[in-house]
Write a new protein. Structure first.
Length: 192
């Protein structure tokens, strides 16, 4: 069978919980969302992080990943997200990660409910792995470990992240595979 067609979407932090609390809403058009992917102009932009007075954090970004065409497959599972290119030279510079549910429902033990206008103090963060994790580390918003596909995905993977930049980090624009300023994420999953 063909590989499923997927997309990444960046949703505004002021998106109401009620706009994400069902699978139909997560798969629909969310006001102000932007599709992000590979290539210039399609990045998750953490903005400028001013470390002139010491370590600093970016704002929180919330990303949704979903399947837009199943390619004849019936399931996707074993989701792994990691920071595959990192140009930071300070060990304290990290991308922080928290898997999210849509809110208003039971969640897998490793997720937290989406928070409106979340800041870095609103979730329990972990460091995003810097190589492929050995096991699943992000989850469908309401199904646990896998998603069943019909003619389109029946849910989305959602996570929040931010950049925690250490004092004395080398300054510059970090993106893609730019020499010494890399910043690139990888998502791996299985389908059948």
């Amino acid at each position: 069978m063909a590989e499923p067609t997927t997309r990444f979407r960046l949703i505004p932090q002021d998106t109401a919980v009620a706009d994400l609390n069902t699978e139909a809403k997560r798969l629909g058009s969310i006001t102000g969302q932007s599709v992000v992917s590979t290539g210039d102009g399609n990045e998750v932009d953490f903005g400028t992080i001013d470390i002139s007075a010491g370590a600093a954090n970016s704002g929180v970004k919330t990303v949704l990943w979903d399947v837009t065409a199943d390619g004849g497959n019936t399931a996707v599972e074993a989701f792994k997200l990691w920071l595959s290119e990192k140009g930071f030279d300070q060990a304290g510079s990290k991308i922080k990660l928290q898997p999210l549910s849509g809110g208003d429902q039971a969640t897998p033990s490793d997720t937290e409910n989406y928070e409106l206008n979340a800041g870095v103090g609103d979730y329990t963060w972990g460091d995003m792995p810097e190589s492929e994790p050995g096991s699943q580390n992000i989850f469908p918003s309401d199904e646990g470990a896998s998603m069943v596909l019909d003619t389109a995905s029946d849910d989305a993977i959602m996570w929040a992240m931010y950049a925690a930049i250490a004092e004395n980090e080398t300054t510059g624009t970090y993106k893609g595979t730019t020499t010494d300023y890399e910043l690139q994420f990888s998502l791996k999953y299985s389908y059948s």
